[in-house]
Design a protein around this ligand. Sequence first.
Ligand SMILES: Nc1ncnc2c1ncn2[C@@H]1O[C@H](COP(=O)(O)OP(=O)(O)OP(=O)(O)O)[C@@H](O)[C@H]1O
Length: 666
Amino acid sequence: MELETVPGVGARTAEQLSALDDPERALREGDVTTIARAPNISEGRAARIARNAIRERHGDQAEFLQTDRARELYQSALSLLQERAVTDHARKHLETLYPSTSQSRIEEVRAFVAEAIDHEPGSAVLAALSDVSPIESPTNLRVRERCVATADAETYARAEQQFPALSVELVDDARDLSELARGYSTVIAVDEAFAGLDLGENVRVRPDAFDQIDEIVPERLLSFFATNRDRLRAAASVHEIAGLDPPCDLDTLDDCLDRLNGDGTIAGDEELARLQRALDDLDAVIATAERVANDQLRDAIQERDVTIEGADLLSLVEQGARVDSLLERELSEEFTEAVEAAREHLCETLAVEEYDAIAERVFPDEPAFPVERRPETVSQLRTELTAARDRRAERLKADLASELSVLRDPAETLVDQALELDVKLAVSRFTQEFDCTLPTINHDGTETGVHIEGGRSPLLDVPFHAVEPVEYTVEGNALLSGVNSGGKTSLIDLVGFVVILAQMGLPVPAVRARLERFDSLYYQAKSQGTLDAGAFEATLRSFGDLVAGTGNRLILVDELESITEPGASAKIIAGILGALDEQGATSVFVSHLAEEVQAAADIDVQIDGIQAVGLVDGQLEVNRSPVKGRLARSTPELIVEKLATDDETEHRFYERLLARFDDDTD
Ligand SMILES: Nc1ncnc2c1ncn2[C@@H]1O[C@H](COP(=O)(O)OP(=O)(O)OP(=O)(O)O)[C@@H](O)[C@H]1O
């Protein structure tokens, strides 16, 4: 299975996806993430669409799995794989695996598996994978300080479409543009007609804007990387730990990500930080500077004795002068010192040498008490600082965006490869944990049936290490008999499970396995008791449909006799077997009535038996692998045999009983 991104398969909406020639391929390659990236489609919905699209096109899976029990076995296989995936994405991706009847599809998955099982699922890789999730596209990006302007209605419509993050303004002429420039830090005029005009500092004429979207709106790239920063870092460490070949230089990517804040603004630039700090602190610093000056002045006034001659005082009063003049006359030195102290505090604390001249003017030379800022100069300083900060930020954004533009596609590949590794590791862990091997599948019908050597089912209620390996060959139509709890149901479960996994293209839990490629699997589970007339009729009808069908089918049936009376059951099973034999189908019927069925059948039916090999501490010891062509010795027979050979019992009676069993088997 090829999971590389294929050119031409980009983000699709659900509708586009179902219109694709080969949605299955598209889904597998860009797959669930791809449509999930389309706006308004959640990943869960995307996964459902993905599955439905596949099913519609390849009715395959629905046709292959004919019964509830067959579908349950498929679900078990899927769950065992999914439990070994780390990411949701990989779990959803695994759902695109299904038992197929197509040789090319099976071989495609097998090629993927052959590569997947080379990957070692180390715990560090698994931990790193837990932070990887599919790339997200940021939505609702708005850039307020820049706008696009045009005098042409058609261009306006195009700009609205191409620059969703910016305001687009329709202007009449160059005067309008200059007017507009007051409300924005930059106006991008996109008409050729504006070229060469003097439009002011913050109007840029860019007729090429439509080809340079990343340069005009660097925020787009920056917010993409900011949104995906954590998953990109996680995907990068997955590559490093797992030794995958990364699609870009990871140090460069890391360095670029270091320069981004989570909200897409620039991080780690000292100059920008200095300007921003100056702006943030401006009011507080000015207030402190005022306090510094006033404290100093107050102390000076308190310490001074002012002597003023009566004539001078009179002259001042006559002039209508206020006490400020007194200050000027008597305390001018102290006043100058206090203002100096305020200016020094302001300039040093803000650390904006280039604006010291303006800063100094915040506190004018005119004597006054208390010393106060000059508001119009403060606002001039603020405007200058804001402009400087914006210019710096814009340049840094543009620089970073131009570095990131070449990393945009590799970033997606980086995450896709990490997620794909998760799918591979799930397959690889499944294979290792359940000692699986890729089975041999015969596609041309030259070999028939299912052959399992050393098969160990992961579906049992015992821990996997305690599962005894079984050998079993299913060819033609057979009856499977055996002691109670000998493992008959478990065995046909294993047969069904192996066939489903094999036709999904996956390895199977056996030392070796060979099978023909089947068209469908029909598995009738054991009924919980005798069926009422209606349910019995429905079951019979389903067998009617089954024997009327064609194609090479595998049929597994568990104790059909439990649905009705034993006598009738034996006849019905014998009849079904006869019909299946005519069609060359492959089947196993688990039955406690094997002998009765054999006697009622018109054809030769082989009976395979799961034998009890003895009694150990009152418990049956069972050979889990059926003996071909041999009816299993029953539990009562074993007990009679034990009594017949036991020294302390009345031998003759038990020997005669045992002889009756021997007569039967002969
Ligand atoms: N290969 C095996 N290795 C270890 N334990 C097994 C194996 N196969 C079956 N068992 C154990 O035997 C139990 C009974 O198995 P199973 O239900 O398949 O027997 P059965 O022959 O179908 O029983 P019944 O006669 O009641 O239909 C299982 O629950 C499981 O614990």
